[in-house]
Ligand binder design. Structure first.
Ligand code: IFM
Length: 730
């Protein structure tokens, strides 16, 4: 049995930001950071909205935080009693990650006795617009209490303020905050009702962007005070009648009662776990960390939409502008393909629906086809800035080339679509725009190919590979290999046009010169330059990499003048060395292990691992996966654990120069899952069958999980001795 509850005891102000991530609750529609009820924007409180963005002036366009309907604190005997100002005698916060329920317990000693607050809250997995909280106060003396609770519309913004207008009012017993976003005029309506079990004097206040209920009463030792808060969040993106909907949700659900709503929420979680839970016999810590990672993936899955994706920091806030990166397709998608194919479809559909944005981006830079946004928001236009880092010394923005040169992004979308078809067997995604998406991505790479007069190959120059510390390089192996893959997939789609729906075939034939494209892409795939292993079996990450200084990681680290200093870019400590930020060649080999014999995979793993800073949470899992492909599960284990524990330990970087980059790491969570299931579990698909060649780390006696393959749920159990059992649901 594993422990489904994580708890932190004691109050440490320096951990407020980290705990906000670690104890996050979310339901795909909104994410609520694991902060305390009395906290404000100063403690990075956020109710982060999925898929809703705003820009103020020239600031970075970012996701929007809704007003916080959980806001609650106490005045006891006329003294404010709340954290972080008042030191508690006891304090703990917990997350039950089986059920997505956050709770806290805090005791304060006052001059007249002690007083304890216990609360629990959740954002419903059954009804995405609904969030509930129960808040209990008990004391061992007759305490004079003013309980203040309501909606705090003074939200945390990184590049805000995002509301050009905020209405705060009471109507029919409900209190409301309706914000209007500044750029597009979206309306976000937070509505709250609150019940209290004790007679009290009541009043309402509206001040400092807060609308608050005040309950005044004497709390006696024999009678605890319990309030239940009912919060709904609806936007004009959901429905024209957002205000009415928010109100009726509360009124209707309040009739069913707290217990009923909580139970339906728990039932939904149980439904998810029934498919998604992974059992590891022999390593409790690994099983806990992996299922905690899975918790985060389930939490941020957009089940309320048919076309939406997951931001790189999940729903933990506005970091990375709430934008979607290659993280989704390359790191998170497998989990959804295997356990919740409908969500996988939603993620893919988002990319298809934002194809126009990718085409606009390609045109802007003078290319054909589709160049997907490095940081994608609702339209697919790129939210990424040309200056993503602020230099710690000069405080000046540093030109980075993520947006314009990280061309491998388009190939990730193609891989996502093809993986979707491979695992689900659902080819209708091609009819719904998937075919055009793949073809446009191939056209993009085709328009970038360069041919030198003295070489019979095509090259890709001036790019940034997954390792972002080395910018504007030529022939990054990963990028070239993924471009080749894109050409191959486009040829596959174009060659089977006749097998698609007649409507689709007609559309494609009208739009494209099919046989000409097949010829061009076949030629491109055949001639694109793919770096090959040298005499030691090592693949050079890009042209000239081996000429860079071969300094050790420790040496390079010791050259930092400031711990927040950015390692890459023009002046970074890593830029002129072979130290890389994250798995690069290793990502290529983990994705295409059949490209080279086993000894080449191993040689590259051994060469690049000591030269990798793992400065991105996307790195460790690729080393874990490739270690499994190399038959080294014991070497893979620490990388797996690092990925799976990313948000439990919070050891990831919080700063890129002077830019805050903290938050949750769903790509690491997805990477941990891939390492467990694809790596240790060794699953693969052959002749329409799910098969496995497991290799479990020492101590892992058994590994058990479920996988949807071609619409059927398969239960897979593998063991330490290589035993495999796959049972398919009838
Ligand atoms: O997509 C990643 C990138 O590979 C490294 N920097 C952070 C991004 C978001 O996770």
């Amino acid at each position: 049995m594993i422990d489904w509850k994580i708890t932190e005891r004691g109050f440490y102000p320096e951990k407020i930001a980290f705990n906000g991530n670690k104890f996050l609750i979310a339901n795909g529609y909104m994410g609520v950071r694991g902060t305390l009820e009395e906290f404000t924007k100063d403690q990075l409180v956020a109710v982060n909205m999925a898929g809703l963005y705003d820009q103020v002036g020239n600031g970075w366009r970012e996701s929007v935080n809704a007003p916080n309907g959980f806001f609650t604190y106490l005045i006891v005997d006329e003294e404010i009693c709340r954290l972080p100002e008042c030191e508690p005698s006891e304090h703990s916060v917990s997350l039950d990650y089986r059920n997505g329920i956050f709770s806290r317990k805090t005791t304060w000693k006052t001059p007249r006795g002690s007083l304890t607050v216990e609360s629990e809250r959740f954002v419903s997995l059954a009804q995405p617009h609904l969030a509930l909280m129960k808040y209990k106060i008990s004391s061992n003396f007759h305490a004079d209490i003013e309980l203040i609770t309501g909606i705090d519309a003074d939200v945390w913004d990184i590049n805000g303020p995002h509301y050009s207008n905020m209405e705060l009012f009471e109507e029919d017993g409900l209190i409301k905050a309706i914000g209007t976003t500044s750029e597009k005029g979206h309306k976000i309506c937070v509505t709250e009702n609150c019940s209290i079990n004790l007679p009290s004097e009541k009043r309402l206040s509206i001040k400092d962007k807060k609308i608050l209920r005040h309950f005044c009463f004497i709390l006696r030792p024999e009678h605890d005070c319990v309030i239940e808060k009912w919060i709904s969040v609806c936007t004009s993106n959901d429905t024209e009648n957002y205000e009415q909907k928010a109100a009726s949700l509360i009124n209707d659900y309040m009739k069913s009662g707290y217990k009923y709503v909580k139970n339906s929420h728990i039932e939904k979680w149980e439904e998810r776990w029934k498919v998604s839970e992974v059992f590891i016999e022999g390593h409790k810590e690994a099983m806990e960390a992996l299922n905690y990672s899975i918790y985060h993936l389930i939490s941020v899955a957009p089940r309320h939409s048919k076309s939406l994706s997951i931001p790189a920091r999940g729903l933990s806030g506005q970091v990375y502008k709430g934008a979607v990166f290659w993280d989704t397709e390359m790191f998170m998608l497998d989990f959804f393909l295997y356990t919740d194919p409908q969500v996988a479809r939603t993620l893919i559909k988002y990319r298809i629906d934002t194809l126009d944005g990718a085409i606009r981006k390609a045109r802007y830079y003078g290319y054909d086809g589709a160049f997907y946004a490095w940081e994608s928001q609702e339209t697919g236009d790129d939210a990424c800035s040309d200056y993503n880092v602020v230099d710690v010394f000069t405080k000046r923005p540093v030109r980075t080339y993520f947006k314009d040169k990280q061309i491998h992004i388009s190939s990730a979308i193609v891989r996502g679509i093809m993986r979707y078809i491979e695992i689900t067997g659902d080819k209708t995604i091609l009819d719904e725009g998937g075919a055009e998406t793949i073809i446009e991505c191939a056209k993009f790479y085709y328009s970038l190919l360069l041919k030198r007069l003295n070489r019979n190959v095509y090259e890709l120059h001036d790019v940034v590979g997954p390792d972002e510390y080395h910018e504007r390089v030529n022939n990054n192996g990963y990028t070239n290999r993924m471009a080749k893959y894109t050409f191959d997939m486009a040829v596959e789609v174009l060659s089977s046009v006749k097998n698609l729906e007649p409507e689709t075939a007609k559309r494609l034939k009208n739009k494209y010169k099919v046989s000409q494209l097949i010829k061009s892409f076949t030629d491109a795939s055949k001639h694109i330059y793919i770096p090959q292993p040298d005499k030691n079996g090592i693949i050079e990450q890009f042209d000239g990499y081996m000429k860079l200084e071969d300094a050790s990681l420790e040496e390079v680290r010791s050259r930092l003048l400031d711990e927040k200093e950015y390692w890459g870019g023009a002046n970074g400590v890593a830029s002129h060395t072979r130290i890389i930020k994250q798995a690069d060649v290793v990502t290529w080999l983990a994705m295409f292990p059949d490209d080279f014999p086993h000894e080449i995979l191993l040689a590259n793993w051994r060469y690049y691992e000591p030269r990798t800073e793992h400065g991105s949470s996307l790195s460790a899992c690729m080393y874990g996966l490739l270690a499994c492909r190399c038959g080294m599960p014991e070497k893979a284990l620490p990388f797996f654990m690092k990925s799976a524990r990313a948000d439990l330990e919070g050891t990831g970087k919080e700063w890129a120069g002077l830019i805050y980059i903290g938050g949750t790491h769903p790509a690491a969570a997805g990477g941990a899952y891939m390492t467990a299931v694809n790596g240790f579990g060794g699953i693969y698909f052959e002749e329409e069958k799910l098969k496995a060649k497991p290799q479990l780390p020492p101590n892992w006696q058994k590994l058990r999980f479920n996988i949807y393959y071609k619409g059927k749920l398969h239960r897979v159990e593998v063991d330490q001795k290589g035993g495999v059992s796959v049972t398919r649901e009838p």
